[in-house]
Design a protein around this ligand. Structure first.
Ligand SMILES: *Cc1c(COP(=O)(O)O)cnc(C)c1O
Length: 465
């Protein structure tokens, strides 16, 4: 054994972490000027990472330098202010810094007895979330990796409860021989919601699909007749149009039929935290469970999602484990009783930091600003003669630059130009570019600059046609 090795590491560690901080700050500063897309040459140089596993140890400072030099230029600037592709979002300063500190703590967030600090931070963050999202006060929650797992987790609680009402214990006895569950989804359900249903043994295709209207909202008048164990999955925030299903109409019908209502609100749920947007989600509080992402619009680092369930005890019924080596359940909240994972990182720390740093007014300002910026994009592109395909009710804009081929060529030109980045989609049979505004870092001048780049690209494509 080399007795010097650990000491040498402890001496070098502060310098290494300072180097990491310096490199991170330089990276984030560079996003103001560099193209949003990855540097194509840097992408080619990524091949250099594909080396044999080193035969022995090397200096950690050199490992970090290699990572920064090879990978930083090959990143997409999603942390910057002008990435409008998919629904991604950046990282709020407090959330990013809290992530670093929590990584240094390296706490396993599964047991309150073992890691009381992070368990308390997460419990407080959950209480704040239930308040700011206007969920019923007894609502319980779980920190998971994203909305896919949040849907899975909440729907596992739903599966437990609707079968327990028939006297069936699904955790103990599985689904074979169980009373069938009717699962109702909207025609516009996110594909990951269907994946969650598949993981739960409820089937991706064995769902009853309810048609949507031209804005992408589930039609309450087309709900099927419901009897027996039933779960209805509704949506807050359509990925194309940003629209909300009519919860106020659907929830009372579901209640009367004894059905469970689950809301996939990966980004739309946050409308509840902004007074100007909250009316979009009226009636959502009548549902039984909710899923959202924190890594999208709350702007915390990946990966972070949240599951909420109204009925106390339902989440632990689906998720808790017992084992001889684990402490028996205590009076305090034991985080692992609520999540699919046992061991996990304390991802609630960043959620707490985001909420603590913004407060109620800061949250509302961020969500409302992004929606105002989406409307500004629509106004600028519409004024230039391009067709906006959706009512811009939230932070999503769908724009057509003409034919499918022309729209695709404009998207390619915008991505290559690098001022900003947007992707394509198909909405009700029409090719469109999707602009999703969901970063804390986006300023009004970023919007003007990006819209100018979009119009430049569109005119360039038209001139070449
Ligand atoms: C993004 C999204 C999901 C999936 O979220 P992940 O965090 O990527 O797992 C589910 N539903 C909707 C509506 C989404 O926008």
């Amino acid at each position: 054994m080399n007795d010097d090795a650990p000491r040498a590491t402890s001496v070098a560690l502060p310098a290494l972490l300072e180097d990491a901080a310096r490199r991170s700050a330089a990276y984030l500063r560079s996003l103001e000027q560099r193209p949003v897309r990855p540097d194509p040459d840097a992408v080619l140089r990524l091949a250099r990472l594909d080396e044999p596993l080193p035969a022995g140890p090397s200096d950690p400072a050199g490992v970090l330098a290699l990572l920064d030099e090879l990978v930083s230029p090959a990143t997409m600037a999603t942390a910057g202010p002008r990435f409008f592709g998919f629904v991604i979002g950046g990282s709020l300063p407090a959330a990013l810094a809290a992530n670093w500190l929590a990584t240094a703590w390296d706490q396993n967030a599964c047991l309150a007895k073992v890691t009381p600090g992070v368990a308390q931070v997460e419990a407080v963050a959950l209480r704040w979330l239930v308040e700011v999202l206007g969920l019923p006060p007894q609502t319980e929650g779980a920190f998971v990796t994203g909305a896919t797992m949040a849907n899975f987790t909440a729907l596992a609680a739903a599966r437990h409860v609707v079968l327990a009402r028939t006297g069936w214990n699904v955790e103990a006895d599985g689904l074979y021989g169980a009373p069938p569950i009717t699962v109702v989804v909207g025609a516009e359900a996110h594909p990951t919601l269907l994946k969650s249903l598949g993981l739960l043994g409820l089937g991706r295709n064995r769902v009853v699909r309810v048609p949507t209207d031209r804005r992408g909202r589930m039609r309450a008048d087309r709900l099927p007749p419901m009897a027996g164990p039933t779960i209805i999955c509704v949506q807050a925030g359509n990925i194309n149009t940003g629209e909300f299903d009519p919860f106020g109409e659907i929830c009372p019908i579901a209640r009367a039929a004894g059905a469970w209502v689950h809301v996939d609100g990966a980004f739309g749920l946050w409308a509840r935290a902004a007074p100007q947007l909250a009316p979009l989600a009226d009636g959502m509080e009548l549902a039984d469970s909710w899923a959202t992402d924190a890594h999208k619009w709350l702007n915390v680092p990946y990966d972070s999602g949240l599951a909420f369930v109204r009925e106390p005890g339902a989440l632990p019924s689906a998720m808790a484990i017992t084992a001889d080596y684990l402490p028996v359940h205590q009076a305090e909240r034991s985080p692992a009783d609520f999540t699919p994972e046992l061991s996990r990182r304390a991802r609630g720390v960043e959620v707490w930091a985001a909420l603590r740093s913004l407060g109620r007014s800061g949250l509302a300002e961020m969500f409302e600003r992004n929606c105002r910026q989406a409307r500004r994009f629509a106004a600028l592109l519409g004024a230039a003669g391009y067709e906006i395909l959706n009512d811009v009710v939230l932070n999503q804009v769908l724009v057509s630059f003409g034919s499918a081929d022309t729209t695709q060529r404009v998207i390619d030109a915008i991505q290559a130009d690098g001022t900003c980045w947007c992707g394509g989609t198909v909405w009700q049979g029409r090719a469109a570019m999707r602009i999703s505004v969901c970063s804390w870092a986006t300023t009004d001048s970023d919007v003007e600059r990006s819209a100018a780049a979009m119009l430049r690209a569109a005119r360039g494509v038209a001139a070449r046609a």
